[in-house]
Each structure stands twice: as C-alpha cells, then as structure tokens.
Design a protein around this ligand. Sequence first.
Ligand code: FES
Length: 507
Amino acid sequence: MSNKVRVTLLPLNQSFEVEKESQLHDILFNYGVEFPCGGHARCRGCRIRIKEGHLPITDPQKNILDDKELNDGWRLACQGSVQDNLIIELDQWKSDVLSDDSDFQFLPMDGLGVAIDLGTTTLAAQLVNRETGEVLAVETAINPQAKYGGDIMTRIDAASRLEKQNEMQRIIRVKLNEMILELFRSSNENISRLKRIIIVGNAVMHNIFCGIDVASMGYHPFEPISNELEIYKPSELGWDFGEDVSIEFLPGVGSFIGSDILIGAWAKKVIESNGIKVLVDLGTNGEIMVGNKEKILAASTAAGPAFEGAGISMGMRAATGAISSVITRNGEIIPKVLGSEKARGICGSGLVDAISAYLDDGSIKADGRFLTGESIMVMDPVVITQKDIRELQLAKGAIATGIRLLLKELDKREKDVEEVYLSGAFGNYISKRSSRRIGLLNFPQKKITTAGNTALLGAKMALFNKDEINNFYQIRENTTHLDLSMHPDFTDVFAELVNFPIKGEMV
Ligand code: FES
C-alpha cells in the first residue's frame, strides 16, 4: 500500500504528494508559510485552515485557538503531521520583499558586484554592473532560518538551546549561493566577471552566517563575541565560483547596531551632515540612529513585530487579503485590500492608517481607548481590538521615546532635526501622515522622507569605492549605542509618548 498522501494548497492551487506522517512544518515552509515563534505553539502565526481531510486537534492548539476557530477548521501548521489527503487554505503566503531602486553616485570600476541585505525575515540581493552602476538583476526571498523563529531572540534560542546554529548557518549559506547563481542565470551574465560581494545584516545574522556562537546575545549584557568585518573566499563558504571574488560581511557595533543600519546611515551621508539627521529602520526590529558629522547615537527597540502585524488579533503580513491602507473621503473611512481577495486581516501600514483615521473621527481617544465598545470593524470580518491598539501604542511609543532620548543626549529636540529617513521592510510602506498622526514621528511631514531599503542601497554603494567606504568605518567609530531601558528619563518620556497626539496639538 502506498505511503503517499496528496496535499493541495489554496489559494496557490498547488498540489503534490508527500510521505504520510510528514511534518507540515517542513512541507509548508517551502511554500512561504512562516513560523514566527519557531514552532512552539505560542504565536498563531502559522495558522492554516483545513478545507478537506483531517488534522488532529492537539492540546497546544486548544491553548491558542478558540473553539470557533477549531470548529471552522483552523489549525497550527507547526503542530501537525499529514495523515491523509488534505486541502489546506494558507493564511499567509508569499509577499513582496523590499528591494531598492534608488539612484546613487559611484566611481566606475571593472567587473560585477553583488549586494546582499541579509534580514531576519527577508533576503534581498542585487547584481550590479560596476562600470555603469546599473542593477542587472534582483533576487528576494524569505530567510530560510525563519522556520526556527520569526525574531532574533527565538533564533538565538534555536541556535543555542536547540543546537541549530550549524544548521542555520548551512541553510543561509546555501540559500544565498542559490540567489547569487540565480542573479547570473536571469541576467545572462558570466559569473567569471564577479569581483566583490558585500553582505550586511544585524549582529545575529552576521554571527550565524560567519559561524560565531550567538549564545551570549541571549542574556545580559547581550554582547556578541564579535561583530567585526569578516572576509571570505567563495570556497570557504562552499560557494563554487571564482576564487578571486572577495566576499565581505560588514561589521556593526555590538549586539544592537548591525551593519544594515550603519550602512544605511552611510548611504544617507549622516557623517557628512552639519544638521541633525534621524534614520529609523522599521523591520523585524526597530533601530534608530540620530546625529551628524560630530556625533551619532543609536538605539534599538523590539518595536517591529506590531508594525508587521504580529501580536495583532487579525494581524498579518502585507500579503493578498491584507487591509494595507485606509483613507477618509467625505467623512467615510475606506479600507483598501491587497489583491482581489476578501479582507482576511490587517497589516502594519493598514493598522497605522486605520488608527489614524479613527483618531481623526474621535472613535479612538488620545489615551488609546475606544469612545464606545470593545472593538471596531474596519471591514468585515476584520476588527481591531483594544489590545491591538495597546500593542501599537507600545511599539510606536518605544520608537518615539528612543528618538526623543537620543536627541536629548545630543542636547537637541525634534524641532532641531533637519531630515528624518524612514526605511526598512515596514518603514517604507507606512504613510507619512499616519506616522505623524499616531505620534510615531513627531516631525513636520516635509522633513520626513520614505527611504526604501537603505541597507541594500548602502551595500550596493559599498561595492564600488574602497576609499569611500572609509566613511562607513568613520560612522562606526563615531556611533555610540544607548541602552534605552537604562536611561533615567525612559519611564517618564515613554509615559508621555505612549499616548496619541491630540488633534490640533501636533507639530
Ligand atoms: S504557533 Fe508559532 S509557529 Fe506555530
């Protein structure tokens, strides 16, 4: 008797056979399903719906899904194995990964280069012609380590307690090699012309890729063993192309300031500025850099997940079926849904817009409470609850507090800032107006620039000139990390900024 069973995925409409007893975790990861808590039945992020077939309800699922959800066929993909033929509706699937198409200045050089932004959640790589500056091909993907957890602390836990560091190193090196080869295949370029690869990422991504034990970043004072420049030849990474290619993983500052935000500050010329600049990178984490050519301060917060839809009752990534924006026209609040699907949830940019609109019409008060009731229906069946608003308040309050405290350390206020760059996987999509309305960025709109993927832009610029990159090292030298939680004013400033601005009192 055959031991194979058939699995069909909706709405992808893909059907394939797998061995009976196969773990859904292993099968579905290849189809874009992510496992934010690393498969520990804590986050609901891997929800799937069984349309036909049977997937047993286990105790961990009963703890996290309510009776209605279970009766409606919802299950946690991280908790099941396939017993018979299944038709599964995926609650999340492939969504766009932010790349970069900004113009930049460069001094022509020979050969080709590859710039890579190695993010906790997403990967982006570009093949660049160093003679013309032209981007010849782009590859994006979900970081394959995501099946071991969605955030860096879960990733550190998997590396140290579950002894998965070697495996996570192996799969990221394999994935990046595949992406590099695909860049050349899709562009019809000859890989023998490749001269240089620049990789940027946070300290945990750096250490896992480079084979440096990450355990020390899991407990106080969260310091990495090393976050220095690492240079490789392809064969040292198991990459099978010309040995004269230089592969450089750029350094960061300690645990919290990765080469990704540092190179973004370099790309935005913070080190050359007389005026104060602010760079806010909102991805899986929230990182902030504030300063000018004299001094730069940096801080990081765990603010990203709420902006990405995590921890929000009907939150989801910016994929088909997500409410991604909300506008108000003639007093009517109008949500926009990605794709032509019925609304299934709300992503970070939609949540920020919706709360902004409800603040404007008075349905939500400045302290975050509803004027009446326990929830608001944005669009059937998507509601936002009091707890969702609280989650967003905590996240935006942490970022706004970080900016205020960094400025305070420089003896400045928001009014002294010349320009604010909002970058990162989430930062790029949030509306400037809404970010001001909820008090995430307390700056005039004309000072705020949506800056795209500044990490990838910086990595691309670093492919060119060895002298220019000295400024990057200067930024690294001039950057001091501030532990926000230890700042004596943190509690007071956070208590002030966790509320929403009162209409009419906004800057
Ligand atoms: S509940 Fe978090 S990955 Fe399954």
